[in-house]
Each structure stands twice: as structure tokens, then as C-alpha cells.
Design a protein around this ligand. Structure first.
Ligand code: GLN
Length: 483
């Protein structure tokens, strides 16, 4: 039962082959049995899940239908869930029970999705390995000695290990696409503004975006359908109709113009990954796509710009965690300053503290022009590169990551080495564009992802290309041994 995709579950439920309650019980038992190896969940919500599953079964019995009605999912633990711990992977929020649901949580619950629990993540979504969580590192089901990617590593590991068919995640600089690549999943970061950020604990507000992690493009279409849409509570949410993402999956790729940036194939890319990317290009050519070399000349400046902008926004967003309003408060403070200092010093881990320091420095008087303003100018250049490229091509294709998943601990002593691994993903966040990662093969038994980028609001196009690719390849069907 645990091998079923969301689409297969929807058909099974519609045909009354099993109930949502039966499926939910099977998956909860599987999580209890197997998750100790992975550490992919921070909280299990068994009671809520069974309640929601029974309610979904009752709705189906009353003649309701819908692809998500009775479908088991989990939420990354930065989506606020009313009355349930929402930790953001931090000691700071270990005792925080959200007083309301995030819009994404409300929408998916209304569609009938069943929440099995909250998944592990890098602390405040800062990281690319899921090793900065206060709840411990998450392991990659493809090799338990390797990282699953981050920051949505818990959602990725859980879905890859078939503990559940799909999960929500967020992507500020790659945190949906990179763990998707590292665990053989399909993950979509939507256009900035497509999915509401209301109730999603902020890391860097101008870059954060929620999206789906699943095994197939078909399933990402189903989950995105339940997540996307205008929300008056989020001032950056866009009031545009949500297309039917499943309806365009079958479109032909004949004549599709795919741009391959020459800067992507530089010395930093593992040659074995480069070869798998070339194979995926050939596969898409067979389906009618036309390949064109393009250039994104400002790509080399994207990492330094991102690692100024994201920490700057984080230093501002995280000022609300002061020991007074939310979360951890130190014991016996001597005065107000002592309360702030010790609550924040004890509540935040080292990576979060590093980012707050970098961000506060970049924003301080005298340095603002040199760092923050400069980074914003680079951001515009990165966006302009994409706009020029999309005058010539429909989709941009390349690797999701320069290397496969590294060993646990391998980059702990050198944060910059980890930052450099974000080279292919962060540009989409800087420009606000949608991006998707899908399985493209293996290197030393570890999965490799190919990334597709599209113009604003063309999530449907990305899902269509990925679906056609998946109808003709079987990488996405591979299951890690032991799961
Ligand atoms: N690795 C990037 C960072 O640490 C991106 C994280 C994310 O997308 N949340 O900031």
C-alpha cells in the first residue's frame, strides 16, 4: 500500500479499494517502524490524522470526490498548525504551539488531505543538509551515511522512504529542489506569490515560497493544486486564477525550446552529473524538444548576493524571537537585556546565529550600500539574464546540484563549502521564477536531479515537461533498499 502515488491513492479511494482510515493506519505504523533510522519527523499527529481520515471517508460516502480527499501528507515543521507544536527545527520554538493554521494547511485540510505529522528541517530553514536541526540530522534513505539535502530534508526523506506519498516543503534558495535531487523525488518551487506565505515561519520573506515534494510530476500537480491561490492575508500573494495543473500534463513537447546555459557546465560540476544531464536532454529531444545554448552571464555573482540578502532578511525576521513573545525564555534573567541575550543565545543554534550576525552587519549604517544595496543590484541583473533568455527559449534546463548528497558531517566545519552547493538553485529565488527538480539517474548509488526553470506562473509547463519525461524514463520509480 505504501508504494502508491497520490494519483494511485486517489483512484483506489474513488474505487473503494481501501479507505483513507485503513491507509492512514498502515502509513502511521510504517513511520513508527522505520522513521527511527531516518529522523524525518519532529511530531506525529496520529489522533488528528485518524480523525481527518474518518471525516474524508465520510465525505466520500456522501458523494464528494477530489484527488486530495483522504490523501495522507505531512507538513514541513514551519507551517503553523493550530494547537500543534510548530518548531521550525529550533530549540527556540520547541514549546511553541501555533495559535492558527497556515493558509497552506487550511487549504489542504479543506481539500480533505490527512496530516500524518510535521517533518524535520534545518533550523529556521537555513541549510542544505538538514544537519542544523535542533532535533538532529535527517538521514538519506538511499544511504544512511549521507545527508538528504535541506532545508526540507525531513519531507524529502519521508517521501523517498515511502513513509507517505507527498509532503509540503519550502524553498528560499533551493530547499525543495535540492533535497528532491538528493533523494530521487520531484519537487516544485512555484513562482514567488503563487502559494501563500501566511503562517509559514519566515526565513527570508522576499525569497521564501512553499511548494510540493512528491515522487512524480503528476503528484506535484495534485498537491500544488491544493496549495496555490490568492490569499488576502499575504500581501505578496498574487490574485491570478490557478490553472488546472493536471489538465496540461499530457501536452506534447513538440517544438518546445529548451535553453541550456553554458555557465552551468563549469569546473565545479561533477562530470558524472554532467553526463546524466546530457542524457536527459537527449530524452527530451526524442520527445520533440529543440535544444539551444544560452548564457546567464551574471550567475557567478548569485551566491554572494543571496548570502547577503537572505541573512539580512533573516536578521530582521528573527528579531521577533526575543524571549518575550514567542518560544524559549532563559531562566532567571537579571534584566531585560540579559533576557534577550540569553534567550536568543540559548534558543538559536550556531548556523542561525551566524546568519543573524552576517545579516545585521550587512544592514548596519555604513555597510548597507556596500553590501545590501549592491546585492539587490546583482539580484536585478540575475533577473534580467533570465528575462533575456526567456525571449529565446521556453524552458531552461540544467543540473539541480553540482554534486550528489555528501556524507553526514562532511561540510560542517566549512559553511561556505555548503553555500557553494546552492549555485544552480538560488538564481530562481532571486528572480522569483518557478523551478522543478526531477530524477535523472544515479552516481555511486546516490540520486541526481535535473532542474527545469520556466517564466513566471508557468508551473503547468514545468509539470508537463517533467510528466512527459517520466512517462519515458523510470528513474523516479526506483525505491531505496530497505524501504
Ligand atoms: N541552502 C540555502 C540556505 O541555507 C537555501 C535554504 C532554503 O531554501 N530554505 O539559505
Amino acid at each position: 500500500m505504501h508504494q502508491m502515488t497520490l494519483a494511485e491513492i486517489a483512484r483506489g479511494l474513488a474505487d473503494k479499494k481501501f479507505s483513507s482510515e485503513e491507509l492512514t493506519k498502515v502509513l502511521l505504523a510504517r513511520i513508527t517502524q522505520l522513521d527511527p533510522q531516518l529522523n524525518s519527523f519532529i511530531s506525529l499527529t496520529e489522533e488528528l490524522a485518524l480523525e481527518q481520515a474518518k471525516a474524508a471517508d465520510a465525505r466520500r460516502a456522501n458523494g464528494e470526490s477530489g484527488a486530495l480527499l483522504g490523501a495522507p501528507i505531512a507538513h514541513k515543521d514551519l507551517f503553523c498548525t493550530q494547537g500543534i507544536r510548530t518548531s521550525c527545527g529550533s530549540k527556540m520554538l520547541d514549546n511553541f504551539k501555533a495559535p492558527y493554521d497556515a493558509t497552506v494547511v487550511t487549504k489542504l485540510a479543506a481539500a480533505g488531505a490527512v496530516t500524518l505529522g510535521k517533518t524535520n528541517m534545518d533550523e529556521f530553514a537555513m541549510g542544505s543538509a538538514n544537519e542544523s536541526s535542533w532535533y538532529g540530522a535527517v538521514k538519506n534513505p538511499w544511504n544512511l551515511e549521507h545527508v538528504p539535502g535541506g532545508s526540507s530534508g525531513g519531507s524529502a526523506a519521508a517521501v523517498a522512504a515511502r513513509l507517505l506519498p507527498a509532503a509540503t516543503a519550502t524553498d528560499t534558495g533551493g530547499s525543495i529542489r535540492q533535497p528532491a535531487a538528493f533523494t530521487n523525488l520531484t519537487g516544485l518551487k512555484p513562482t514567488y506569490g503563487r502559494v501563500s506565505r501566511w503562517g509559514m515561519i519566515a526565513y527570508a520573506s522576499s525569497l521564501d515560497q512553499g511548494g510540493p515534494l512528491a515522487r512524480t510530476a503528476e503528484d506535484c500537480a495534485i498537491l500544488l493544486q491544493g496549495m496555490a491561490g490568492f490569499d488576502q492575508n499575504d500581501s505578496t500573494s498574487i490574485d491570478e486564477p490557478v490553472p488546472d495543473y493536471s489538465a496540461s500534463l499530457g501536452d506534447s513537447l513538440q517544438g518546445l525550446r529548451i535553453g541550456v546555459p553554458k555557465e552551468y557546465f563549469s569546473a565545479g560540476l561533477d562530470p558524472r552529473i554532467a553526463e546524466l544531464i546530457q542524457n536527459s536532454i537527449k530524452e527530451l529531444q526524442k520527445l520533440g524538444a529543440v535544444i539551444k545554448e544560452i548564457s546567464l552571464p551574471n550567475m557567478q555573482h548569485a551566491i554572494p548576493a543571496y548570502y547577503v540578502i537572505a541573512p539580512a532578511e533573516a536578521s530582521s525576521n528573527l528579531s521577533r524571537f526575543d524571549g518575550v513573545r514567542f518560544g524559549h525564555r532563559c531562566e532567571n534573567p537579571e534584566n531585560l537585556i540579559d533576557l534577550y541575550k540569553r534567550s536568543r543565545g540559548e534558543g538559536f543554534g550556531p548556523e542561525v546565529q551566524r546568519r543573524i550576525m552576517v545579516g545585521a552587519y550587512a544592514l548596519s549604517a555604513g555597510y548597507y550600500d556596500a553590501y545590501y544595496l549592491k546585492a539587490q543590484k546583482i539580484r536585478r541583473l540575475v533577473k534580467n539574464d533570465f528575462m533575456a533568455a526567456f525571449n529565446e527559449v521556453d524552458i531552461i534546463l540544467g543540473p539541480t546540484t553540482p554534486n550528489p548528497a555528501w556524507k553526514l558531517g562532511a561540510k560542517n566545519s566549512d559553511p561556505v563549502a555548503a553555500y557553494l552547493e546552492d549555485v544552480y538553485t538560488i538564481t530562481a529565488n532571486l528572480a522569483g521564477l518557478p523551478g522543478l527538480s526531477m530524477p535523472a539517474g544515479f552516481v555511486d548509488g546516490l540520486p541526481v536531479g535535473v532542474q527545469l526553470l520556466a517564466p513566471y506562473f508557468q508551473e503547468g509547463r514545468l509539470l508537463n515537461v517533467a510528466h512527459q519525461y517520466q512517462l519515458n524514463t523510470d528513474w523516479h520509480t526506483r525505491t531505496p533498499t530497505g524501504f
